[in-house]
Design a protein around this ligand. Sequence first.
Ligand SMILES: [Zn+2]
Length: 115
Amino acid sequence: MKKKPDREERDAREAFLAAARGLWPAVKGSLARVARPCGRPGQCAACRSGRRHPMWIFTFRQEGRLRCRYVAEGLVPALRRAVANGRKLEKRLSEEGAALIERYRRARSSREAQE
Ligand SMILES: [Zn+2]
């Protein structure tokens, strides 16, 4: 038996929300480890040796502009998971477009079948 369109829409919403709930926290951006000079090469052993200063940077877009934030070492594992969750969520959102169109088509053809 076919599902009714409103029932199908409700099920799609619940399935999406259940998936999204499992993907929190989710962020969009990228995490990178960089090594930068501190700007005091004369006084800094790390910079003199060429090692410089390793740090984590989170890069993201805000209103079209590329922004960066330093990330504390302790936050790196959680932020890495959040970035992965964000990618899964984006993938899911992309799939939802095609699924929505399919539901619309099925609803329209079942309405036409009843006429
Ligand atoms: Zn330095």
